[in-house]
Design a protein around this ligand. Sequence first.
Ligand SMILES: Nc1ncnc2c1ncn2[C@@H]1O[C@H](COP(=O)(O)OP(=O)(O)O)[C@@H](O)[C@H]1O
Ligand SMILES: [Mg+2]
Length: 331
Amino acid sequence: MVTLEDVSRLQVVSGKGGTGKTTVAAALALALATAGKRTLLVEVEGRQGIAQLFETQALPYEERKIAVASGGGEVYALAIDPELALLDYLQMFYKLGGAGRALKKLGAIDFATTIAPGLRDVLLTGKACEAVRRKDKNGRFVYDYVVMDAPPTGRVTRFLNVNDEVAGLARIGPIHNQAQAVMRVLKSPETAVHLVTLLEEMPVQETADGIAELRAAKLPVGRVIVNMVRPEVLDEGGLELVRTVSRSSVARSLSAAGLGGARRGGHAERLVDPLLQQAEEYAERYALEHEQRAVLGELDLPLHELPLLAEGMDLAGLYQLANELRKQGIA
Ligand SMILES: Nc1ncnc2c1ncn2[C@@H]1O[C@H](COP(=O)(O)OP(=O)(O)O)[C@@H](O)[C@H]1O
Ligand SMILES: [Mg+2]
């Protein structure tokens, strides 16, 4: 089934800090870059997380190709520098050129980008939307998809909505029109805001709150992506067995498996307690995770799960996560 959201050309990735926003945004950009498609991955917090993930040098304020996806699509990346974006913006409206450089010397740009954080967000979202709408000389979109590694859940609604405020402040003229054009993209099915979470109480709660905020602001909520999911090694039956099994029968089984004597002080007997303790810890985690899965289920949104890569993240791992997203039909 193809829904409107499947074709969203601007995919915004948010989530509680540390849940894997940058990683998931990068995997999503790779996943969307199927045969012949071109994706732009945009970083707005200037931490060079994308460059690190793709094992490449720091990104300049310039769109450059950083990966070829399996299947031949291309991923471009851009770390938006708010100062340079401001010069772009001034250039667009006022044809400033040299005057812009003079402004920079005067520190006016520092003022505008650090003192007025709202303006900073106007520039960042504006730049991303410009990339979404940009066409080549044949009238085709330059990027099939733009994926944004966005601010964390607590700030993302305000961040995306900032142009609404601007449109309200500047009631007519080019800035008003630009702000409205940005909001038209952000509030349309052309955009989807995804939230990354872990199967833990805090990030799940933040996800639920974030979704409520996004909805209240009429921003299009996309999907929930549960990251770093650990494999389930025991099912309900196995857990029940762990709860009821006797120490001595575990010791006998270990002994029968060739792990030594099952009597008091025997090798197998000494393995029982650590083993049962691990099982207990697992059972606890299982219960907590299932609780959080139930909370996520109530959100009534498509859920995706990405595995915890036990060896840590590297480029191969990133491709693996991208593949997983494709298999789950997100791209
Ligand atoms: N699926 C995963 N498996 C293993 N490690 C992961 C996974 N996703 C993210 N990580 C690691 O977790 C850390 C936080 O991820 P990152 O994408 O930087 O989070 P955020 O952008 O939300 O702060 C990084 O060290 C990253 O390599
Ligand atoms: Mg990040």
